[in-house]
Design a protein. Structure first.
Length: 218
């Protein structure tokens, strides 16, 4: 079985369409949402029949994501941002590499080229952090921050990662890489988000650097 996990904060404009797209792509998928919204997102999600875990007041991105990941019961667990930026049609492709090809992680990379929906400053920052990690880990890495990634479920319960802070996907990729797990990359499209972003760029950049260095030298 495939589990699709998302964390939401005020995504009432996007959540219905995203869940519908997931069900079209993977009709039998388990869908889990950890929600910290103050708008109608949880009511909409609940009406769609997903497994909803409320985390309010918010306890941070990392805590919410680890709760979502470790609540999944599928053999392949796919993360997805609930803002319409990622192609749900790619879920079975990423999960298939876990289920049939023996990979432990499949990273959905947005950075084969600059996506139209990604501002230049974000693209350059992502590329520079990926280059730094590539040099430190002796492997060409493309996209440390992708919100679309597939994991083997049993791997998620073996990782000892501090969820506190932003940029958790960085450590969820680099820590298993250091441990020797088998990782693949699949290129995906990236679209304009629906609704307002809650990301804090400078905080995210600081945590990205911190997680790269911690993964390499801890």
């Amino acid at each position: 079985m495939i589990s699709v996990v998302m964390i939401t904060m005020n995504e009432e404009k996007a959540v219905k369409k995203v869940v519908e797209d997931i069900r079209t792509a993977v009709p039998g998928a388990e869908i889990i949402i950890v929600d910290s919204s103050s708008d109608r997102t949880p009511e909409i999600a609940q009406s769609l029949g997903v497994k909803l875990i409320r985390q309010f007041p918010p306890r941070g991105y990392g805590n919410a994501m680890m709760t979502a990941l470790r609540s999944a019961t599928g053999d392949a667990v796919v993360t997805l941002d609930c803002d319409g930026t990622y192609p749900a049609c790619m879920i079975p492709i990423l999960a298939g590499k876990i289920l049939t090809e023996g990979y432990d992680i499949v990273d959905g990379s947005r950075l084969r080229h600059k996506p139209k929906a990604m501002p230049w400053i974000n693209f350059i920052g992502n590329a520079l952090f990926a280059l730094l990690a590539s040099l430190l880990f002796f492997r060409r890495l493309r996209d440390l921050h992708s919100g679309m990634r597939a994991y083997r479920r049993d791997l998620l319960h073996k990782l000892e990662i501090d969820p506190k802070g932003a940029a958790l996907p960085v450590e969820l990729l680099l820590h298993p890489l250091k441990m020797g797990y088998k990782i693949a990359v699949t290129y995906i499209d990236y679209f304009e988000r629906k609704g307002k972003s809650t990301m804090r760029p400078f905080e995210s950049a600081w945590w990205t650097l911190k997680r790269i260095l911690r993964s390499r030298f801890k």
